[in-house]
Design a protein around this ligand. Structure first.
Ligand code: ZN
Length: 198
């Protein structure tokens, strides 16, 4: 099988932020959707560490209406999270409609997991009830979104300071002064712009 390409932006520092950043060139009139197909969604979930490579190999060839629908639901989840991030970034109230939609996805994700006993420590763990269900990439994304919203310091969630870049990232730098999605892209570009206008 052909090796999956990796068009994704991994500067988010958290799988849920990397998910939001899968819509490339977001502020432009023609954003590029890196989750256009189910295979894209599977590739993202695998590379983000949300599903195992063996599960990805099983799911990637799947086509059909259910898979297209799962990919669409991942894109909707992504945009609901984006709405939350924009609200946080602009100090506006977080839209309850977005939180309600995310809640429903999180509920479904938890409903797809079961407790099982293991011979190792911890002796009880949770895993997917149907280990190769096509919705697992969606559920895994929903759990990553839950982790971001409930278990991270929201003051560390930042948008890239470049006006034409809508990449979000978790600023875990010691000084908490990270400004750019990446120094190589927006950081250098902005430095050159400031130098030219000085
Ligand atoms: Zn940027």
């Amino acid at each position: 099988m052909a090796k999956q390409t990796n068009p994704f932006d991994w500067s988010g520092g958290h799988a849920a932020l990397d998910l939001v950043n899968t819509l490339d060139e977001r502020p432009s009139d023609a954003p590029i959707d890196n989750l256009a197909t189910y295979a894209n969604v599977v590739a993202f979930a695998e590379l983000a560490g949300l599903i195992s490579p063996s599960l990805a190999r099983e799911l990637r060839p799947l086509t059909g209406a259910i898979n297209a629908s799962t990919a669409r639901r991942v894109r909707v989840l992504r945009e609901q999270l984006y709405a939350v991030l924009v609200a946080l970034h602009t100090n506006r109230p977080v839209p309850q409609s977005a939180l309600g939609a995310i809640t429903r996805d999180i509920h479904r994700a938890h409903a797809a997991r079961s407790l099982v006993s293991t011979t190792e420590s911890p002796t009880v763990t949770s895993c997917w009830t149907l280990p190769a269900a096509p919705e697992i990439p969606l559920h895994a994304c929903a759990l990553a979104v839950e982790e971001l919203l409930l278990s991270t310091d929201h003051s560390q969630i930042r948008k890239c300071c470049a006006a034409d870049c809508a990449v979000y990232f978790l600023d875990t730098s010691k000084a908490h002064r990270r400004q750019w999605c990446s120094m190589r892209n927006c950081g250098n570009r902005e430095k050159q712009r400031r130098w030219r206008s000085a």
